[in-house]
Design a binder for this molecule. Structure first.
Ligand code: AMP
Ligand code: ZN
Length: 114
């Protein structure tokens, strides 16, 4: 997708601080972190929203979950705990329309949701 910021990160057109990569996903530091650990995990494929993730994309979902687990270990929050958040559509707080998972941790998270 020409104008999608996360597609641009996925194909190297704009830089990001990479944390982890596997065949189907990429993880990088959020540019405006809301917690000491705030990593964004994306599928390399342009899927706009969680609602657009089809049954044929189950491998991608599995890879996203694998990546979140790896990121939690790499960032050292696996034992203490972390939060995985997906925002969907306007009232869900979605700003970037390329499916992504927020991995938040490094402090006690209260009721705010990413
Ligand atoms: P959302 O509100 O769920 O769409 O979240 C989008 C997230 O992407 C926000 O937390 C932004 O800070 C983050 N973000 C936007 N642009 C970049 C970028 N170029 N590199 C890293 N994170 C970004
Ligand atoms: Zn995209």
């Amino acid at each position: 997708m020409e104008d999608c910021i996360f597609c641009k990160i996925a194909d190297g057109r704009i830089p990001a601080a990479l944390v982890y990569e596997n065949d189907l996903t990429l993880a990088f530091e959020d540019i405006h972190p809301m917690a000491p650990v705030h990593v964004i995990v994306i599928p390399k494929k342009h899927i706009p929203r969680l609602l657009d993730l089809g049954r044929e994309d189950r491998q991608i979902w599995d890879a996203l979950v694998d990546a979140v687990q790896e990121v939690s270990r790499i960032k050292g929050v696996d034992e203490k705990g972390f939060r995985m958040v997906i925002n969907c559509n306007d009232e869900g707080g979605q700003v970037v329309y390329h499916l992504h998972v927020h991995v938040l941790g490094g402090r006690k998270l209260d009721d705010e949701l990413g």
